[in-house]
Write a protein that binds this ligand. Structure first.
Ligand code: SF4
Ligand code: SF4
Length: 259
């Protein structure tokens, strides 16, 4: 029987690495999964270095967060698995967990009680890219850390390498947890044994659209080109005090938080 390219890559890589793990099996791989290159159309948005600024002060109610998470997860067919194997692209956590080394015992109640969005930081120096044995995770010239799901062999080195816990592993078939009638046909569904994470909406940028969470946030999240001194992100960064996650690990996150 002929082996698929993905199975071949997995077996080859695991042999080299001397690892034993279960083969990631799964369903049909659709055309979009076979190449993670999204070719921009003539309206596609371009940048030297995409970056995001989240105004955490503006997120006041659970609905403020919910609308963004729903927009993201709907656009990317992220399944809702009601246990600790849930898949997360965009979620919330407390200051203590998001910025553990940047707190103190005398912080304002407002900061202590606030929720903060968490997502892949699209790091300038992404350890997840360095450790991926098949180049399923790679960094684009515009700073987006992208994935080719078809190349992912499920070794989870990238999950071990990411200091932010920004990646999720499909321990079960995600398609079983999706309402197939509601699936976004423009974005691939994933399969059992594959890692996934936020992609900074690379497919939307290629169509000239802002990321889904940015659109849903109605001004609470700003997105743009960090290399362009005239961009909105540069303006808000110049006008506000911002922090990034785990500054000591040297990854240089592309996500900034106004606190
Ligand atoms: S946050 Fe994690 S997954 Fe995202 S680019 Fe950085 S190291 Fe990679
Ligand atoms: S940038 Fe796109 S993929 Fe990333 S959290 Fe926002 S909506 Fe989700």
């Amino acid at each position: 029987m002929k082996r698929s390219r993905r199975q071949f890559l997995k077996v080859a890589s695991l042999s080299v690495l001397g690892l034993s793990t279960h083969l990631a099996t799964g369903g049909i791989v659709n055309a979009a999964e076979q190449g993670a290159q999204y070719l921009p159309n003539e309206n596609g948005l371009k940048a030297g270095r995409w970056a995001m600024v989240i105004d955490t002060r503006a997120f006041e109610t659970p609905e403020d967060f919910d609308v963004c998470v729903k927009a993201c997860h709907k656009a990317h067919n992220v399944p809702n698995i009601p246990n600790n194997q849930n898949i997360k692209w965009l979620w919330t956590d407390t200051y203590e967990h998001v910025f553990p080394e940047q707190g103190n015992n005398h912080m304002s109640e407002s900061l202590e009680n606030r929720d903060f969005f968490v997502l892949c930081n699209h790091c300038e120096n992404p350890p997840c890219v360095r450790v991926c044995p098949t180049k399923a995770t790679y960094k684009k010239p515009d700073g987006i850390v992208a994935m080719d799901y078809h190349r992912c062999i499920g070794c989870r080195f990238c999950m071990a390498g990411c200091p932010y816990g920004a990646r999720s592993f499909n321990f079960s078939d995600p398609r079983k947890h999706l309402d197939m009638g509601e699936v976004n046909p423009e974005f691939p569904t994933r399969m059992l044994g594959v890692v996934e994470k936020c992609n900074f909406c690379v497919e939307r940028l290629a169509q000239g659209l802002m990321p889904a969470c940015v659109e849903a946030a109605e001004g609470k999240i700003v997105f743009g080109d960090l290399n362009d001194p005239e961009s909105e992100v540069r303006k808000v960064l110049a006008e506000n005090f911002t922090i990034r996650r785990k500054p000591n690990v040297g990854t240089q996150p592309g996500v900034y938080y106004i606190i």
